[in-house]
Ligand binder design. Structure first.
Ligand code: DGL
Length: 285
């Protein structure tokens, strides 16, 4: 999109009863839906998982920006009042473009996760695990050091955690072995706080906590982003005043055989309505 273009209108979305939009490259962002629903149970949520084009973690920056703009337009067409980019990869690359192009509150994973890590750490040695794109961009290091330049941040890509989470191998021997391999250096470095810098990773919390040690704080950016969107919507007077449990609607760009099973594992509950979005339409958005 041309940077000279005017900001996109927020459509009819700026209304208390409008849903909150969430997107991810696939199903990892469902861990954020779970956190958001716990923090704001009465809010309606529209989720889009770009399951046809996952993973974003191995794509070029320009492709991730292009997809993120399309995903945002899709959510705006559902009249959302705010958007959570529930993908660390997209957050680390596309947030500045999205904030420039769209006139709607947009929250990513990096800023709230970094803030929460700094609130929790005592020795200021913070580990960050994520996709190659997120850790390669040093997104968390930059944000943490922007807030506190005395913090020591060590980033480590853990790409195999994504397929392990999607396979539902939350307590498998292979997961333990791979986690040991990925995390042993961080353990030796004496970190006291570890950011789960990929929305798939909270699914593997038990194994990660066991390997890194029970005294290390694990930061789930989904929890931090849910708190931040609550504050933002409060400030804008856009929180719902409904007393009933919010509705959740799910859109994906491809419905895979295991989708429902894995989505329910990520969400921790049954899901009903899943709609498929045509990829061609999405690219034209
Ligand atoms: N859920 C994505 C993230 O948080 C990881 C999966 C991907 O590579 O697309 O970065």
């Amino acid at each position: 999109m041309n940077s000279k273009d005017k900001k996109q209108p927020a459509g009819l979305g700026k209304d208390n009863q409008s849903p909150i939009g969430i997107f991810d490259s696939g199903i990892g962002g469902l861990t954020v839906v779970k956190r958001l629903a716990a923090t704001l149970p009465n809010e309606n949520i529209v989720y889009f998982g770009d399951t046809a084009r996952v993973p974003y973690g191995s794509k070029s920056n320009s492709t991730v920006v292009e997809y993120s703009v399309q995903n945002t337009k899709l959510l705006l067409s559902k009249y959302v009042k705010a958007i959570i980019v529930a993908c660390n990869t997209a957050s680390s690359i596309a947030i500045p473009t999205l904030k420039k192009e769209f006139n709607i509150p947009i929250i990513g994973m990096i800023e709230p996760g970094a803030k929460m890590a700094l609130q929790k750490t005592r020795n200021k040695k913070i580990g960050v695990i994520g996709t190659r794109a997120t850790t390669g961009n040093l997104a968390y290091s930059s944000e943490i050091k922007r807030i506190d330049d005395t913090a020591n941040v060590i980033e480590k890509p853990c790409p195999l955690f994504v397929p392990l989470a999607e396979e539902g191998w939350t307590d498998h021997n292979a997961t333990h072995e791979i986690a040991e391999e990925y995390l042993k250096e961080l353990r030796r470095d004496g970190i006291d706080t570890l950011v789960l810098g990929c929305t798939h990773y909270p699914i593997l919390t038990n194994v990660i906590q066991k390997i890194i040690g029970k005294n290390v704080n694990l930061i789930d950016s989904g929890v931090a982003s849910a708190e931040l969107i609550k504050e933002e919507l409060q400030k804008l007077d856009l929180l719902t005043n409904s007393n009933t449990t919010g509705l959740q609607e799910f859109y994906v760009s491809d419905i895979q055989v295991k989708f429902k099973e894995v989505a329910e594992l990520f969400l921790g509950k049954e899901i009903e309505h899943v709609h498929k979005v045509d990829l061609e339409e999405l690219s034209l958005e």
